[in-house]
Design a protein around this ligand. Sequence first.
Ligand SMILES: NC(=O)c1ccc[n+]([C@@H]2O[C@H](COP(=O)([O-])OP(=O)(O)OC[C@H]3O[C@@H](n4cnc5c(N)ncnc54)[C@H](O)[C@@H]3O)[C@@H](O)[C@H]2O)c1
Ligand SMILES: O=C(O)CC[C@@H](O)C(=O)O
Length: 411
Amino acid sequence: MKKTSYPRQDIRVLLLEGVSQTAVDTFRDAGYTNIDLHAKSLPEDELRQRIADAHFIGIRSRTQLTAEVLADARRLLAVGCFCIGTNQVDTEAAQLAGIPVFNAPYSNTRSVAELVLAQAIMLLRGVPQKNAQCHRGGWSKSAAGSHEARGKTIGIIGYGHIGTQVGVLAEALGMHVLFHDIETKLSLGNARAATGLDDLLARSDVVTLHVPETPATKLMFGTPQIARMRPGTHLINASRGSVVDIDALADALRSGHLAGAAVDVFPSEPKGNEDPFESPLLGLDNVILTPHVGGSTLEAQDNIGVEVAAKLVRYSDNGSTLSAVNFPEVTLPGHAGSRRLLHIHRNVPGVLSQVNEVFGRHSVNIDGQYLRTDANVGYVVIDVDAEERQAADLRAALAAIPGTLRTRVLY
Ligand SMILES: NC(=O)c1ccc[n+]([C@@H]2O[C@H](COP(=O)([O-])OP(=O)(O)OC[C@H]3O[C@@H](n4cnc5c(N)ncnc54)[C@H](O)[C@@H]3O)[C@@H](O)[C@H]2O)c1
Ligand SMILES: O=C(O)CC[C@@H](O)C(=O)O
């Protein structure tokens, strides 16, 4: 097997939160054998200890990679979020440490959309309450409060990968689809953009949230927004727990202003399956509670495992940062016959000329050079015709340039 900067068996891969076996298989198939797989997230002190030795870390939504945790990650080359959300990672701190963060932006979107559609039907039929009554030995055979989905309006907040699929599935059931997004979006099928959030809230029978966690979406859905929903309507949140004011939601469900809700994500979620779950929504019969499983199907998790592990392997072997969420994106060809030097630096004036000066000084032939920058960092990749020893010297010279964040050499 071709040699990389480091023997692959010495590259330590730490995979947390029960990421799919397909991720392990993808690493192994690429020659990476030093894989540490954990079913849960780790307590912060253990995480800090283990991340210090890891070259790659794979997480899902529970592991918080804060600036403090990343400061201990001295060897870390890249982070893989085996999910869509990357809000659990301080992506800017990672970037400033020269660490690209990858995710899986599509692989679980269909799973979320299917669950949301099922929840909309259940809520419109009053199934959560009827289910709870039956479990207590009750019997309430009645059509009161039960409705077909056909002809009802679903209001989608955040018309992205998940929101659009919810719309397509809902339309197949005969629902009217309204959406609200901060960006101008192409309507799929007969979906219509609402004139604004208030318009959507006033016209929907079921409102469903599909926004990312951002400073603007934190608590974007609270008492004023719930009050604008029509009495007897329903709310679904499978986006992030921080988006909805959960106490306001509990009040509206208790008062009967909202007929029901389905909630998959919570402001505070247990770290593992053995830890207790607490929420002001506990005990409310008109609420479907699920433990953040919108994207948890075997199909989605298997696809995510392959997708994210392949991105990490590609970055490790080839240096490509295509689809990194926090990094200048460089798509690189193979480099057979060349040594590939990677230089990640703060994007400050003068660094690039010093990089070029290093190659001038060592008088090596440059086979190819690739550069991308963003406001904070620059990523330059140089393929050279050099012996192993010379490549190591070049790397040392690059590492000495002020503003350098990381360097690597690929053989
Ligand atoms: N429950 C789960 O298991 C699960 C699974 C996957 C994703 N998610 C969550 O769902 C979110 C959405 O996923 P996606 O793939 O559809 O993302 P996406 O980026 O494709 O779509 C998000 C949409 O929200 C819009 N948006 C952003 N801020 C907004 C605001 N303030 N108001 C209205 N619209 C706004 C964006 O413009 C975008 O169109 C993810 O960020 C993740 O947090 C949850
Ligand atoms: O698998 C997870 O933990 C997170 C799933 C989902 O919220 C995502 O962001 O993709």
